[in-house]
Structure formats: C-alpha cells, structure tokens
Design a protein around this ligand. Structure first.
Ligand code: AMP
Length: 355
C-alpha cells in the first residue's frame, strides 16, 4: 500500500499556483498541451538534458524543465518539486523508469490512486479484479503440456510485448521458452483488437452515471506492433516460422479507430463494473484507464489487460477523438486530466483525485 499522506503534502501548496508535471516521454506532449489549455503551469522532468524535441512542438513544450541525472533522483528531488507546487501525472514510462516501489513512495501528489499499481502489476490480482468485474479474460493455460490451441506466452514484467511469442503446440512452446524466466500462457484470442480509453471521475457527475461519480469514453486505438502487424507482407506466419522467423509484439505506434456503435453499451458496462469493483477492492481507480480487448466473431469482448493510467494509445487524439468530440471539442485525455485537477482544486476536492 502507498504510504503517502496526500493531504499533508498538499497542506504546504499554494493552490493558486499549481504546476502539472510529468516525465518527458510517452504521452507528455499531450499532457503538457492539455494542462496549458486549462491554464496550468507545466514542468517536464527530463533525464540528463533538456530534450530538444520539445522545441519542435511549442504547444506541447513544458514551461520549465527539471533535469535529473537518473529517474531515481526524482524521489530525492521531491522537496524541491513540492516547492514548485507540483502535481505529477504518472504515465507508463514514468512508473516503469522510476520503478513501481519508488513510485508508490514518491512524496509528491500524484494524479490517480497509486494503490491500483498493486492490482495491476500482479497478473493474479489483475485477473481477480477483472473477473470479479464480470469481464471475460483469455483463458490461462497453467500446464504447457496442455497447450491444445494457439497461445501467447507472456514473460512477466516484459514491457511493450517484448519477448512474447505464439505457440500452437507444447513442442513449439518448448523450443521457444527461455528457461528461468517467469511467464504466463494465455489462449491467443482470435478477433480484432480495441484499446478502450476511459476516464472515471469520482467527483463529477457529467457522464455515464456510476454509484459514485461518472464515466466517460474518450477514445480508442489499435496498437501497431512490430513485426506481427505487417509480417504478412513477407509471407504467412506458419511459413516464416518454418524458416525460424518469429513474429514479435513490440509496440511502435498507435492507430485511431472507432467501433460499431451497437457495441458501445458493452464498452460502458465493462468500464462501469471495472470501476465499481475497484471501489470495493482498493478504494477505486481514478481518472484515465485503458481496457485492452479483443472482439471475437461473436461480438464478445475478451479483455487481456488493464492499464490504470493514461496510455500512449490516447496520443492520436491531442485534438479530440470521435468520442471526445461528443463531450467537448478539442478534448484530449491530457486535457481531461487537467480539467479534473482544476475542478477538484476549485471545489476543494483535490484529495479525492490525488494520492
Ligand atoms: P500485453 O503486453 O498483454 O498488452 O500484450 C501485448 C500484445 O500482445 C497486445 O497488444 C496484443 O496484440 C497481443 N496479445 C496479448 N494478449 C493476447 C491474447 N490473449 N490474444 C491475442 N493477442 C494478445
């Protein structure tokens, strides 16, 4: 459990002069852009140097850079950052580079509920959460000898799909598996992938109503994964595997997508039950989260992962998405986060959305 007393941290803050900060990577251009649109000062935490790339995008460039030698130094710089009234927006790279344990103990107010990290990073707990929420996950195959259909083998802690592989038989599995590495075997779900980007506000009632607060759907994307997504340019997977060429699942980008409208009720129901279950399990997920799904030919969703913060799949939508556009023109996830902080500050509710 995170031991940070956010109220205590905020007690020294000048609330009229808040700064939104994040690590310069991942979705930072979007986060800074959204924060600027909502009138916040912005600060980019960068390792080693000011990143020149931000000069190329003035509307996504933070007002100030905070340079650290290594990510772990963010924790030891917390006091200095608090003096700048910094609220940090965690994203995937922020948490990964700093390390989950360090992030849990980071003495800075952070957007969202840090306790979600424990439920999300442990595959067993994640499954418990999502299954209690009534979601269907890909079946797990405990014993590799029982592989009787295409499966995807996932190494624990592997980011961006690195090292994942497909096997259709135990023989194939044995050939490819790296000994001494922890792994999970899941059925390979046949269908089309949709990565659904939600926003849950525990303090505002301006969306799809939940028992407490409301839920919005801001966008969806499909990840572009090398080499699996274009491998067919060279030949069938089976053909290539015979030559010892195996597809990989490394994320390189994101493609915008919309879904047939008749599936949206299911999308909201899944978001709803995920939030409601999280309220019971650990006090609730807050803000942006993503369900990573495959839609089967029976139009059923199988959810293989949850990411409990802003994901890079929201980056195609810095100027809004086909869904966000129906909420407010020009609404990105980064901007929605800034709006939540602004509203909470105005109504004296920061402690309900920060941890
Ligand atoms: P993950 O790290 O769990 O997000 O998985 C990386 C990528 O592997 C996903 O973006 C999907 O393309 C693919 N993937 C993961 N799990 C499954 C599954 N059970 N069935 C089919 N594809 C999957």
């Amino acid at each position: 459990m995170a031991k940070i007393d956010v109220q205590k941290l905020l007690s020294t803050y000048d609330k009229k002069d808040l700064t939104i900060a994040t690590v310069c990577s991942h979705s930072s251009l979007q986060i800074f852009n959204g924060a600027k649109k909502e009138g916040f000062k912005t600060l980019g935490i960068s390792v080693g140097e000011v990143k020149k790339i931000y000069d190329a995008f003035p509307l996504g460039k933070p007002d100030e850079f905070f340079i650290v030698d290594k990510y772990q130094d963010i924790a030891s710089s917390a006091k200095e950052l608090r003096e700048k009234n910094v609220i940090v927006i965690p994203h995937g790279s922020f948490v990964e580079y700093l390390g989950a344990e360090n992030f849990l103990n980071l003495a800075l107010p952070a957007f969202g509920n840090r306790n979600v990290l424990l439920w999300e990073s442990d595959r067993k707990m994640e499954r418990q959460w999502l299954e209690e929420a009534g979601l269907t996950m890909p079946q797990e195959i405990k014993n590799p000898k029982k592989i009787d259909r295409p499966v995807i083998v996932k190494y624990h802690g592997a980011k961006g799909g690195k090292g994942f592989f497909i096997a259709k038989t135990y023989k194939e599995f044995s050939k490819r598996i790296i000994k001494n590495k922890k792994y999970t075997i899941q059925e390979f779900v046949m269908g089309t992938r949709y990565y659904l980007h939600y926003f849950y506000s525990p303090i505002q009632n301006n969306g799809y109503q939940l028992s407490k607060g409301s839920l919005q759907l801001l966008s969806m994307d499909r990840r572009d994964e090398t080499t699996i997504d274009e491998v067919q340019r060279l030949g069938s997977i089976a053909e290539l595997e015979e030559l010892g060429i195996h597809p990989t699942f490394v994320v390189t980008g994101n493609i915008p997508i919309v879904m047939r409208e008749s599936l949206l009720p299911k999308v909201f129901k899944m978001g709803e039950t995920v939030v409601e279950t999280s309220l019971t399990l650990f006090g609730g997920i807050i803000g942006s989260f993503c369900l990573e799904t495959v839609v089967t030919e029976d139009l059923e969703f199988k959810v293989f992962e949850i990411s409990a913060r802003i994901v890079a799949g929201t980056n195609p939508y810095i100027a809004g998405s086909p869904y966000a556009e129906l909420i407010q023109p020009d609404l990105s996830t980064g901007r929605r986060i800034a709006q939540e902080i602004k509203y909470a500050n105005k109504t004296d509710k920061l402690q309900y959305i920060l941890s």
